[in-house]
Design a protein around this ligand. Sequence first.
Ligand code: C2E
Ligand code: CA
Ligand code: CA
Ligand code: CA
Length: 283
Amino acid sequence: ALSQAKKSGGNSLVCFSPAMTEQIQQRYALELALANAVTANQLQLHYQPQLADSGDVIGVEALLRWQHPELGAVSPAQFIPLAEANGQIEKIGDWVLQQACAQLQQWQHDPQFARLTMSVNISARQFYLPEFVSIIQHYLQHFQLAPELLILELTESLVLANLDDAVAKMEQIKQLGVRFSMDDFGTGYSSLSYLSRLPFDEVKIDQYFVRSGSSGNPRDWVIVDAIIGIADTYGMTLVAEGVETEMQRQLLLKSGCRCFQGYLFARPADIAATESWIKSQSR
Ligand code: C2E
Ligand code: CA
Ligand code: CA
Ligand code: CA
């Protein structure tokens, strides 16, 4: 892959000296391969269902997958940070948004799927683009979407990095009817009190808390309880992610959580598998 990457050229920064560590070479090879991923049709969206306590599917989260012909499946945990660092995420993120909105449009014509929400992960570089509000507006119009079905997931570190700008931009987008979810809540630096200043409609408790809170030490669960209480106080929907066991679901339920996502229910899967899983649930 490396020699092929060199041949493809066009990038003056690429210079593989022997002194370079294997790691840096791999990083460049990955970046070059990723630059081609959108046009080479190597990206795909998978979808993971979110369920209410009744068992009804209420929405899905779109999760990006990259299948490279030689490298195989590359994890988003590996390539998203790279793409964020070098700016490729702007193009990739736009592709994700477009695909997710196109899927949402398809679902509007099918009564079985018409009420499902679509949650899309948005990275900082994408969000802070000056044209981001008009990009969202464009997709809403182009795909004729009910805006309240689109949920944008932002991390707290994204928002806190530039608090006033972020809040102003969120407010503009909320005027369009689109909703916001705070991803990975509890993993950043923010004090819980920040949440009151931020216009989020939904909070996702990170799987770290779901896992540690149910690991047997009741003191860990105090944090989960606190997060659920705060979300309640501010009228935000709470979603627990990474729910893997029935015990975790029971504990979350007891603490007042009403919305779940995790392997206990369904793993992220392609559109065909996701649709047939949702159909099998509603029988
Ligand atoms: P995330 O947004 O926190 O997404 C949740 C991750 O947890 C996903 O990993 C999902 O597959 C995984 N997961 C779901 N349920 C369970 C469970 O029960 N147990 C465990 N152990 N894991 C579970 P994935 O798909 O590998 O994505 C990793 C991260 O990459 C995402 O974390 C998100 O930060 C980023 N990412 C994925 N797709 C996109 C995208 O389209 N755009 C951006 N900007 N970032 C993305
Ligand atoms: Ca997410
Ligand atoms: Ca998350
Ligand atoms: Ca995460």
